[in-house]
Design a binder for this molecule. Structure first.
Ligand code: NZQ
Ligand code: ZN
Length: 393
């Protein structure tokens, strides 16, 4: 196990009726609040009105910025930065999913940058070697279990003019609080539930596939969290109004990405970086892109540490070791993973998502631009990434 320091300050407020606490929690960070949200689902499912009532009761002043789209856009981030400066906003309340939260994080630190620094050029595009020292506080009312942004240090933004989707990471960006009422998930379209489950599973996979040995507690926690997603995602789809299944997925989604489960090891993240190329170019949902990329990545890399994949196959997918041949054991786990994605209604090949082979080279090259390689389990160069995308055809 490698040395580590773990820090995650997000206060999680979980359960039925918790949105009523939003106003008081936000008020602790100031009186002037930017309420940031997406395309209107919160107005249809009653979340917006509950949030507004609670903010009013706490006596805060609210400025609204709506219109965040999945694969959130740099153009709205820039608008938000101007708005925060003009209205002297004290804190940002993100109400929605990963896209809204990521946009809020970008606005929150972008609005405090000194003159001459640009949120996109000097941070997201830079890739490495930046440091984010100041941000407005961000609070969250989460409405979908998926990205884990409610207590993560990351934010992923897309510049639609150049079709570039890039992350930044900094402890400074971790939200101050996340209100998580699983009842808000009742209104989720089935496809979004599936995409969310795929993203949660991917966050667990990224952390599981490491070359680090003797980190057994993390292995076992990750395996059980994966099994939880595999058990509860189909149940949440079948019984959309059953609180128990929503609650299981929502809590697993947070734990999958608050960094608790990868301490003492180096995680991979190549599949995420490859997926961001798909989302940036084709605007595909992140979870759907991951269902396409992950099996192909596994096929490409598993022989680099086949025993880790055998452990995954037997413990997560209950593949029998009596199959004898390790390759067969691993390949049957990958088959089971693909069948699981299909059973949720997700694509598992680029062609399932209507994507052809015309831009594979471009995506492979773009994925490594500004970086020495992708991934850690196996360090990938552009030619490896192109081969992985070919396996995903
Ligand atoms: O825009 P609205 O109207 O809110 O609709 C959203 C959106 O269309 C809808 N939705 C959310 N909650 C709902 C609902 N519809 C009905 N009822 C509800 N309760 O769902 C759609 C998808 O929302 P989005 O926020 O895009 O989903 P998700 O949470 O999956 O976020 C995806 C984004 O997060 C990034 C992804 O790259 C992607 O851009 N990620 C962020 C990470 C982070 N910051 O740590 C890590 C992840 O790996 C990921 O990369
Ligand atoms: Zn993800």
């Amino acid at each position: 196990m490698l040395n580590f320091e773990y820090y995650n300050p997000t206060r999680i407020v979980f359960g039925k009726g918790t949105i009523a606490k939003t106003g008081d929690m936000a008020r602790a960070y100031g009186k002037n609040i930017l309420l940031h949200y997406g395309g209107g689902s919160i107005k249809k499912n009653g979340v917006y009105i509950k949030v507004i009532d609670s903010l009013k009761a706490a006596g805060v002043h609210v400025t609204e910025l709506a219109g965040v789209v999945p694969n959130p856009r740099l153009s709205l981030v820039r608008e938000g930065i101007e708005l925060c400066r003009e209205k002297q906003i004290d804190m940002i309340l993100a109400v929605g999913g990963g896209s809204v939260i990521d946009s809020a994080k970008a606005i929150a630190f972008g609005s405090l940058l000194p003159d001459g620094q640009d949120v996109w050029r000097d941070y997201y595009l830079k890739g490495e070697g930046y440091s984010i020292s100041k941000t407005l506080p961000v609070g969250v009312v989460l409405t979908i279990p998926a990205a884990g942004s409610e207590s993560s240090s990351g934010s992923v933004i897309t510049d639609w003019d150049t079709h570039t989707k890039r992350p930044v990471n900094s402890e400074t960006l971790i939200p101050r609080f996340a209100i998580m009422d699983p009842e808000t998930n009742f209104s989720l379209p089935a496809y979004q539930v599936a995409c969310g489950a795929s993203d949660i599973l991917a966050h667990l996979h990224e952390r599981y596939f490491t070359m680090e040995k003797h980190n057994d507690l993390s292995d076992r926690m990750l395996e059980n969290a994966m099994r939880n997603v595999i058990s509860y995602a189909p149940l949440a789809l079948k019984h959309p109004y059953d609180y128990r299944y929503r609650a299981e997925l929502m809590w697993t989604g947070t734990l999958a990405h608050n960094n608790l489960l990868d301490q003492g090891r180096i995680a991979d993240w190549a599949s995420h970086d490859i997926e961001h190329e798909l989302s940036g170019l084709y605007d595909i949902a992140h979870g759907a892109g991951l269902a396409i990329v992950f099996p192909a990545w596994m096929k490409y890399v598993y022989r680099d540490n086949i025993d880790r994949f055998v452990q995954y196959a037997t413990r997560v997918w209950s593949v029998s070791l009596s199959l004898d041949d390790k390759d067969v054991v691993v390949e049957s786990a990958i088959d089971r993973l693909e069948s699981f994605y299909r059973s949720l209604g997700l694509p598992v090949r680029l062609s399932d998502a209507g994507i052809g082979n015309e831009h594979l080279k471009r995506m492979a090259k773009s994925a490594v631009t500004g970086r020495s390689h992708l991934g850690n389990f196996k360090k990938l160069q552009a030619e490896d990434i192109e081969k992985i995308l070919k396996l995903a055809m």
